[in-house]
Design a protein around this ligand. Structure first.
Ligand code: FAD
Length: 343
């Protein structure tokens, strides 16, 4: 029997802690249940362009701005299984509803390298390819072999290999052509038995040095990342948020030079031939860090994170985000884009 609820609050299902209602909510715990969902009378209201259907994982990258008059499918497909193993690597298939941190803990405890820098990113394995989650110099794209899911238009199953996913910075095909059109049910990951630590980002090396660790294990790296993240980012269990609200804008060399002439202290870091400007720095310079309007605020320890101090509505948080975006543009001429999915 599928779990289905009508006219139900989505408050427990989004980390911003926004209390809006959905007309119809299905919990998908098994691939086999999909046929039942598609045949359910409530599913008939879903329009051909799927614009009134929302696929949900843990709701840690969405901002709900109104009651959802449509169908929500929450992915809860569990399970991690071994597909292939040799002396260098393992290939694993994880259900899309597996909690990402459980996947990281599974890998780290078995000495399988590749996702230790992605420790403590909230959400599900199924959402990881959607925005190609990344942190501390590592992206999910680096370990994803393929992504499988149900394609609503053709009513068939689809598997995309890494290249076909068209991964980019917080981007993939699942945010464009396949947005809402494919429900990801499993992801295949390749993890290495050979440790190639990436310690050069965000203070990992320093955090290890504080504990006199010179030859870190995967567990040491994962612990260091967890400590850094806990010190910097609010825990959604106590303060509603969806992590970084905006993406870091990317500019070319010429644009950077122009910006440097007007703002000599501008921060940037190089990525291939381009330069990323930390959006948090721009927002802080524009004077928003720690700003609070009602229960909607800009986090006082990291300006990139917008927070819900209690009963802010999604619209109030969106309004604050728009004000921040406008003021960053007025000050720097830079357009910052939301990383969070606005629904
Ligand atoms: C405190 C905090 C810290 C964070 N830190 C980081 C970070 O360091 N790096 C980073 O990249 N992100 C970070 N995030 C953002 C978030 O954790 C990731 O985007 C995560 O992958 C979202 O997973 P989710 O299951 O909650 O997805 P949701 O928020 O439920 O969904 C996100 C999007 O993916 C789609 N989607 C979800 N599941 C599926 C599926 N099975 N099939 C098809 N589409 C689907 C949804 O429709 C939606 O568009 C952070 C968030 C928080 C709250």
């Amino acid at each position: 029997m599928i779990r289905y609820r009508k006219d139900t609050s989505l408050l427990p299902f989004n980390t911003f802690g926004i209390d809006v209602k959905a007309d119809h909510l299905f919990h998908l715990r098994d691939r086999g249940e999909l046929a039942e969902i598609l045949a359910h009378p409530a599913f008939r209201i879903v329009s051909e362009d799927m614009s009134n259907m929302l696929i949900l994982g843990q709701g840690s990258n969405i901002l709900l701005t109104h009651d959802y008059s449509g169908v929500v499918i929450r992915n809860e497909i569990e399970g991690i299984r071994l597909l292939e193993e040799n002396e260098d690597y393992v290939v694993l298939e994880a259900g899309a509803g597996v909690i990402w941190q459980d996947m990281v803990a599974y890998a780290v405890s078995r000495n399988l390298a590749g996702i230790e820098n992605l420790t403590l990113i909230p959400g599900t394995v199924g959402a990881a390819p959607v925005q190609n989650i990344g942190a501390y110099g590592v992206e999910a794209a680096g370990v994803i072999v393929s992504v499988t899911g149900f394609h609503f238009a053709t009513r068939g199953w689809l598997t995309l290999d890494n290249k076909e996913c068209r991964f980019g910075y917080r981007d993939s095909i699942f945010k464009h052509e396949l947005r809402n059109r494919m429900l990801i049910t499993s992801v295949v990951l390749k993890l290495s038995k050979v440790l190639r630590p990436q310690l050069g980002y965000g203070g990992i090396r320093e955090a290890l040095a504080e504990r006199n660790i010179t030859h870190p294990s995967l567990m040491d790296i994962s612990d260091a990342v967890a400590r850094i993240r806990r010190a910097k980012l609010p825990d959604p269990a106590t303060l509603g948020n969806a992590g970084s609200f905006f993406k870091n804008p990317v500019v070319g060399e010429k644009e950077l030079e122009t910006l440097q002439r007007s703002f000599p202290g501008i921060r940037y870091f190089r990525q291939d031939e381009l330069y990323k400007i930390p959006a948090g720095w721009l927002i802080e310079q524009a004077g928003w860090k720690g700003h609070r309007h009602g229960d909607a605020g800009c986090y006082d320890r990291q300006a990139l994170v917008l927070v819900n101090y209690g009963s802010a509505t999604g619209e109030e948080i969106l309004h604050l985000a728009e004000e921040i975006k406008r003021s960053v543009y007025e000050r720097f001429g830079i357009n910052i884009e939301a990383e969070v999915n606005i629904i």
